[in-house]
Ligand binder design. Structure first.
Ligand code: CMP
Length: 294
């Protein structure tokens, strides 16, 4: 009796293996088989607890009894640990919805031209890319315009986080002060980009001071709406890719904050077996150019 082999990839297998592979790259376990056994056992238990059966899961933190292995499983420094030189669990910093975040729709009325400008400004913001149409509209409704003058401090390092900002126009300098050192200019924004997500996403004090270096316009989004709609997916994506990106030799020179931005920008692409990923361009035939003088 002959048995037929069904080569169809079962639903969810690719995501499951991808997430497992990312955990391996993050944790770098000595014993891969033991790690895999714990990983899938924990995943199974967490699914039973949440009643979930499929779909993608959050990364699972390993509970391994063996002490020496536990050391190996300690995650690399996260952005905030790197900034403050304190080691905490990466997973301890992740987004946890709390009671303050009961759904409450905020609407700041806008003229048509304001809304058009706002839509243009948020188009390039990676944190918005995973939102569906309804979520995007809710966020756009809740955003409000904030005009700034040169030398205005929009954010002060150490303060509590109130808003997330998207730049509409103007230039802004970002300074980080470490210990008793002088503030160091680490970045500047010129008429695009966004800032102020860290304190809201990780419930930490502001990690930098942001100063306007020209008159400008910002779009602000309140903390509650940011956390309710944007935070979950964005912080999971950062968690998932941060350590993976840190392990890429070519990216070693990047600052922790630059790596987080890179994680926001990553897009998943699937390739079939044997499919070409990058194609070498044909070198154009050079046509000799004759120049005549006189
Ligand atoms: P947050 O800590 O909420 O407030 C200050 C913001 O500055 C921070 O979020 C980031 O969005 C932004 N920022 C830009 N560059 C950096 C940097 N190198 N380190 C920390 N924050 C930065």
């Amino acid at each position: 009796m002959s048995t037929t082999f069904d080569a169809t990839v079962p639903e969810g297998l690719t995501e499951l293996l991808e997430e497992f592979a990312i955990s391996v790259l993050k944790e770098r376990p000595k014993d891969l088989v033991q790690f895999a056994a714990h990983y899938f056992q924990n995943l199974h238990m967490s699914r039973q607890q949440t009643g979930g059966g499929g779909g993608s899961e959050q990364p699972v933190r390993m509970d391994v009894e063996n002490e020496s292995d536990e050391e190996d499983l300690e995650p690399p420094l996260s952005y905030h640990e790197a900034l403050t030189s304190r080691r905490k669990s990466v997973f301890g910093e992740s987004y946890e919805p709390d009671d303050e975040e009961l759904p409450e729709k905020l609407v700041h009325p806008k003229s048509d031209s304001q809304r058009r400008r706002l839509i243009e400004s948020v188009k390039k913001i990676f944190l918005f890319k995973s939102l569906d149409t309804e979520q995007t509209n809710e966020v756009l409704d809740a955003m409000f315009e904030k005009k700034v003058n040169r030398n205005d401090k929009v954010i002060v390092q150490g303060d509590d986080g109130d808003n997330f900002y998207v730049v509409d126009s103007g230039t802004f300098d970002v300074f980080v002060t470490r210990g008793s050192e002088e503030p160091k200019l680490v970045f500047n924004y010129n008429s695009e980009g966004s800032f102020g997500e860290l304190a809201l996403m990780y419930n930490t004090p502001r990690a930098a001071t942001v100063v306007a270096t020209s008159t400008g316009v910002l779009w602000a989004l309140d903390r509650t709406t940011f956390r309710r709609i944007i935070c979950g997916a964005a912080s999971r994506k950062r968690e998932m890719y941060q350590s993976f990106l840190e392990s890429v030799p070519m990216l070693k020179t990047l600052e922790p904050y630059e790596l987080l931005n890179l994680a926001d920008a990553l897009e998943k692409k699937q390739f079939g077996d044997g499919q070409c990923i990058i194609k070498q361009a044909r070198i154009a035939k050079l046509t000799p150019i004759s120049t005549k003088t006189g």
